[in-house]
Ligand binder design. Sequence first.
Ligand code: ZN
Length: 297
Amino acid sequence: MDWKGQRESDNVDDARGRASSGGGGGIGGGAFSLLALVGRKFGIKGILGALVLGFALVKCGIVDLNTLLGGGSVGPGQQTQVSPEDEERFRFVKVVLGSTEDVWTKEFARIGRKYEQPGLQVYRGRTQTGCGTGSAEMGPFYCPADRKVYIDLSFYDELAQTFNSPGDFAQAYVIAHEVGHHVQKLVGTSDKVAAMQGRPDYNEYSVRLELQADFLAGVWANHSQQTLKLDRSDIEEAMRAANAIGDDAIQKKMQGRVVPHSFTHGTSEQRTRWFQKGLLSGKIEDGDTFSMPYKDL
Ligand SMILES: [Zn+2]
């Protein structure tokens, strides 16, 4: 896979250095209300005096100007520096998202529709989303409410270490799967499935939805084969990732056994097979995971 130098998406939001509590401006606001209070008590001279004092404190390094102005939502204990590896991963995510934008814009045009691009947020630890609080333990996910993909980059370490899928393309596949959920949102499939929540067979519909997202990741791979110079080993890597993050593999890892009725993503074999189907076909309409009997999926 050769991704460097390819177009980077403009829809990626970098929240790695941002505090998850949604603070920001709190301290700055405090500084302003303090000034207002001084103004009420001591008039304009009081404000000037306070400003001079504030300036002196900043100048002497006693107070950090950034903190005073409220730009300091990242505290001193938090990491604001980004390692070169993380920066590289960040650019990688932007290129992969950009590639999904190109592919789906074309593919939607072919079926006479307009593709609306999703957002993607890269965060660290925890983040607020339109679907509640996102955390690193959840792995990458798509939130239909704000039409955004959320990725904590540490997931990629986990993918490499826990699931033995270290390569670039395995990471790209994960993004393409989440973008697949966005495609499902745009064509109305995910809303139909969401409306079935509470039904006893809901889990089956959820599996159908997940396998279709794998199919859609395969469609993306079909179209980006040339631009990203994908080769056989990349595809094998994606299959390994699909294999490694199937529900049966995850459950075996986590609990030491497989509990089929609680599957929500499909088995490793099913995920690999639907990804491969998408890869071979390259056409959105070939990914009907809803019509066939559940046992034949
Ligand atoms: Zn999914």
